[in-house]
Ligand binder design. Structure first.
Ligand SMILES: *Cc1c(COP(=O)(O)O)cnc(C)c1O
Length: 479
């Protein structure tokens, strides 16, 4: 970056705000002991301040700028009408502590969203409270525990988790006090049934299943998996992060899922990334509804009220969750309607299969199967063995697109997980294919170009671990 840092623009006496004339009596000065003179705050003009923030905003890549095929994250376009409805005054200016008589519209919206999510899953109880997928998982595992405890069954200590699962699954399991036991995948990328059967027993509380899996593959024998888990007295948790492939096509309840979370910020087009806000509602079959986190909006005789389920695991987030995100998700669902949601799922699956077919032969495919809404390649190039998946991804940044997910799922060596979503045009998909082909050609002709990439980004290769662990968030904390 060649532009001066904001602290370098600082000049004593400059000020970026113009306060109105004092129209109240001046308050007494703050006592000396409350004042500090060691705060190195920059003194800049309004104009410098605005350029500082606009410049920072331009360093970010965003889903509104271009292709963002980050597998498992469903980085689809967020329609602007969602923003309009979230800003309607009746929603934006309401307060969760207002009495229900003044917030009937907001509560009705929550009920309607719950109904829509129940209809899409076949799971009748819904709580909108969890703030993210991971928190929905925690709520789900706590409900599994509450269910077994309510039956007086306290011997179950184990949660089964396939080896393709997202890292949040074992983390939620551990937080809820269970032991995570891994289940292997077979050669087709499905849960290995023999391994599953050998691990089922009276010690198992449940299984956390992601369908389609993070390999982008439909769990072909899911009915056998869920039947075996139920026969062992355990419950099936569905990680719904990949629901974009299924919505409107199949109801997870019919596959044997008992509890599932949604990622509204993935499947239902609400803002996502940069740490939030996120929303991860949970849905459960009707006999588990008394355990849901709450309060939940319900229809009373002639009004909407907040209700705490009878055996609730408790509140997992303040009030009823991320309200403005819920408004956005409801808007998305109503704008598309049942048919539109089904179209979105079908187009997402078609787009991923198109990329998989076009790039077959360019990058190795670990599983030769029709994929769902994402496809996983190996970032390995024959004849350029020292080039890694990470180098391919970093080089994509130079071409102006966001890289796919790297090194996940863990069972695929050098994984590159590509999720195009339904909102990208055929032209964009073709451009992506060309970019990958160019990068593979460069790997042969000039591998250093990949290994040292990115060349045109605001920053070059970062120490990925330190960049995540030691975020430097302000101009004076440079190390
Ligand atoms: C994103 C994701 C999660 C976690 O969801 P968050 O909303 O990020 O907490 C869990 N499982 C899978 C498969 C995911 O892709």
């Amino acid at each position: 970056m060649t532009e001066p840092l904001i602290i370098e623009l600082s000049s004593p006496g400059r000020c970026a705000v113009s306060l109105p004339k004092l129209d109240v009596p001046q308050a007494a000065e703050l006592p000396d002991e409350w004042l500090r003179d060691d705060l190195a705050l920059p003194e800049v003009s309004e104009r410098d301040l605005v350029s500082h923030y606009v410049r920072l905003s331009q360093l970010n890549y965003a889903v509104d700028i271009g292709f963002y095929p980050l597998g498992s994250c469903t980085m689809k376009y967020n329609p602007r009408i969602n923003e309009d409805t979230a800003r309607l005054e009746g929603f934006a200016a309401s307060h969760p502590l207002q009495p229900a008589v003044l917030t009937q519209g907001s509560l009705e919206l929550l009920c309607r969203l719950q109904d829509a999510l129940a209809a899409l899953t076949g799971l009748e109880g819904v709580s909108l409270q969890p703030a993210a997928g991971a928190q929905g998982e925690l709520a789900g595992v706590l409900m599994i525990r509450a269910y077994h405890q309510a039956r007086g069954d306290t011997a179950r200590k184990v949660m089964l988790i396939p080896d393709t699962a997202h890292g949040t699954n074992p983390a939620s399991t551990a937080m809820a006090g269970y032991e995570a036991v891994e289940v292997a995948s077979d050669a087709r990328g499905n849960v290995d049934l023999d391994d599953l059967y050998s691990k089922l027993g009276p010690q198992v509380a449940g299984i956390m299943l992601t369908n389609p899996s993070t390999l982008g593959l439909f769990e072909e024998r899911i009915l056998e998996v869920t039947a075996a888990v139920h026969a062992a007295g355990a419950l099936v948790y569905g990680d719904g992060a990949n629901f974009n492939a299924l919505m409107g096509k199949v109801r997870p309840a019919e596959l044997g899922i008992d509890i599932m979370h949604f990622n509204l910020h993935k499947t239902f087009s609400t803002p996502h990334g940069g740490g939030g806000p996120g929303s991860g509602p949970v849905a459960v079959r009707s006999d588990l509804a008394p355990f849901l986190p709450g309060p939940i909006a319900v229809r009373d005789e002639n009004s909407y009220v907040l209700h705490m389920p009878k055996h609730s695991i408790g509140a997992i987030k303040a009030f009823y969750g991320q309200f403005s995100i819920l408004v956005r998700a409801y808007t998305y669902i109503r704008m598309l309607g049942a048919e539109g949601l089904r179209d979105a799922a079908e187009s997402a699956v078609l787009a991923a299969n198109y990329l998989q077919a076009k790039l077959r032969g360019t990058l190795p495919l670990p599983y030769e199967r029709t994929c769902m809404h994402e496809c996983v390649f190996e970032g390995r190039i024959k004849g350029a063995e020292d080039v890694r998946a990470l180098d391919i991804s970093k080089r994509m940044i130079d071409y102006g697109i966001h890289p796919p997910t790297n090194y996940f799922p863990l069972i695929v060596p050098e994984a590159l997980m590509v999720e195009p979503t339904e909102t990208e045009s055929l032209a964009t998909l073709d451009r992506f294919v060309e970019i990958v082909q160019s990068i593979v050609a460069e790997a042969h002709s000039n591998p250093a170009l990949l290994r040292e990439a990115p060349h045109n980004a605001p920053v070059g290769r970062l120490d990925e671990v330190q960049a995540a662990r030691r975020l430097i968030l302000s101009w004076h904390d440079k190390g």
